[in-house]
Design a protein around this ligand. Structure first.
Ligand SMILES: Cc1ncc(COP(=O)(O)O)c(C=O)c1O
Length: 437
């Protein structure tokens, strides 16, 4: 596959042109990464008015993902989430969202002054992950005017929502289906595509940097509906820097080449290795239901403290994506080699031998939707103070304070913090909260 952005940058960097333009590093004598980092010079196109090399690269992405349009983001899925929600605001839609959203959603809700209607999932892996009830979804969509539905799938633990069923319900209520697929850019290239766009979503974002070989901050915004094309680009430009990084865009361009030429083979071997790894530890560990590249260990249920297991893994040369007392998430990608899996298997074996065994416990989060006192925007922009969690009962949650990762809200801004929130805050090691004064 052609790589128009990369080719342009390489040609320019070797041309010896005197850079009387931004950025100020001037290419620093041709050194990486500066040599390929430029601004919107002649021929380099411009992300938010793309009609040259960037548009060509985006069209390649669109072709690879089978979308009506795909856009590059140098601001991660965060920017894509802002853009898709802004597009819904343009249409005057009410956002119905499944609660285990990432903080990026809550911040966008504050910026756009959204009146979010929540659906509580049946939380099965702490606050990180839950099963979405189709009945609850249908009820929520039926209860509002001009709805759209926002779901996170895969969620932080890799759990996939039933996108085809949700898409079918959405169609009945004329509701666009928006999917935060930050963790699922690779799903398109499974033997049978599990990507939200293939399964019926209208708009979704993929953090290419999470699951594909792309630089941090690189993401795709996709839509299956041609009519959203222009508005999504416009909405992205509302929030984005006017100087999107060419290095990040170049990494998306090179990622296209990887997707076209190599990922299917890598996914095939990755799936085999993941199956073997899970099988090898199946008598010692319980794994959460997830897409295969998220290895989510139910540590507490397996008789281990998740944080202790993560520390032992670190000692044995493996840094995990996330741990809490009940869970350890090891994130692999199609790029991982057989040698990586061999090392991971060895480190897991060693860490489990060294770990202290605890009684097996099943951590379930009993969560009731907190009462709402004001809008997300009002709460975020109100004067606030930080207080110890134990003193927060009855106070209104101000700015969102969630550990990042995983950045899932326990109380959202504008909600009244109750006893159940306090207990969950403590479980996740959060000792202070920001409340409205
Ligand atoms: C579920 C989910 N959505 C959105 C985001 C934001 O993505 P990005 O970091 O690409 O902006 C994250 C980041 O961790 C995430 O886990």
């Amino acid at each position: 596959m052609e790589t128009p952005i990369y080719d342009f940058l390489k040609k320019y960097s070797s041309s010896g042109t005197l850079r009387c333009h931004m950025p100020g590093h001037k290419g620093i004598g041709g050194e990486l990464p500066y040599d390929l980092d430029i601004t919107e010079i002649t021929g380099a196109d411009s992300l938010f008015e793309a009609d040259g090399i960037i548009l060509r690269a985006e069209k390649n992405t669109s072709h690879l993902y089978g979308t009506a349009a795909s856009f590059f983001s140098a601001g991660g899925s965060t920017l894509c989430i802002q853009a898709m929600l802004a597009a819904m605001k343009f249409q005057g839609r009410t956002v119905v969202a499944v609660r285990n959203v990432h903080r990026a959603f809550l911040n966008a809700a504050a910026l756009l002054d959204l009146d979010v209607r929540w659906i509580l999932p049946d939380y099965t892996d702490g606050i990180l992950s839950g099963r979405i009830s189709l009945e609850d979804t249908e009820k929520a969509l039926a209860s509002v005017n001009k709805p759209c539905l926002y779901v996170t799938s895969p969620d932080y633990t890799g759990r996939l929502a039933d996108i085809p069923a949700l898409a079918e319900i959405c169609r009945r209520y004329g509701a666009p289906l928006l999917v935060d697929n930050a963790h699922g850019a690779h799903l398109r290239f499974f033997p049978e595509s599990l990507h939200p766009i293939s399964l019926g979503a209208d708009i979704c974002c993929d953090s290419a940097h999470k699951m594909l070989p792309a630089l941090t901050g690189a993401a795709f915004l996709h839509t299956s509906r041609a009519e959203y094309g222009a508005v999504l680009r416009q909405c992205m430009s509302l929030f984005a820097s006017t100087s999107p990084s060419y290095l990040i865009m170049c990494s998306l361009d090179l990622c296209n080449k990887y997707l076209a030429e190599k990922i299917s083979v890598d996914i095939g071997s990755g799936l085999e290795r993941l199956k073997k790894l899970r099988g090898r530890f199946s008598d010692r560990l319980f794994f959460a239901e997830s897409e295969p590249f998220h290895i989510t260990v139910r540590a507490a249920e397996s008789g281990y403290d998740g944080n202790e297991l993560a520390a032992l893994l670190r000692k044995n040369g493996v840094e995990c994506e996330y741990s809490d007392c009940g869970t350890v998430i090891l994130l692999m990608s199609p790029v991982n080699t057989g040698e990586d899996f061999r090392r991971l298997g060895g480190a897991l074996e060693k860490s489990l031998d060294e770990a202290e065994k605890h009684p097996r416990t099943l951590i379930r989060t009993a969560f009731v939707l907190p009462e709402r006192a004001m809008s997300v925007r009002e709460a975020v922009f109100s004067p606030s103070e930080e207080i110890p969690v134990d003193e927060a009962e009855g106070r209104i949650c101000g700015a969102v304070k969630v550990p990042c990762p995983p950045a899932v809200p326990i109380a959202a801004s504008g909600e009244i913090i109750d006893r159940s929130c306090i207990n969950i805050f403590k479980t996740y090691g959060i000792s202070s909260v920001i409340v409205v004064k």
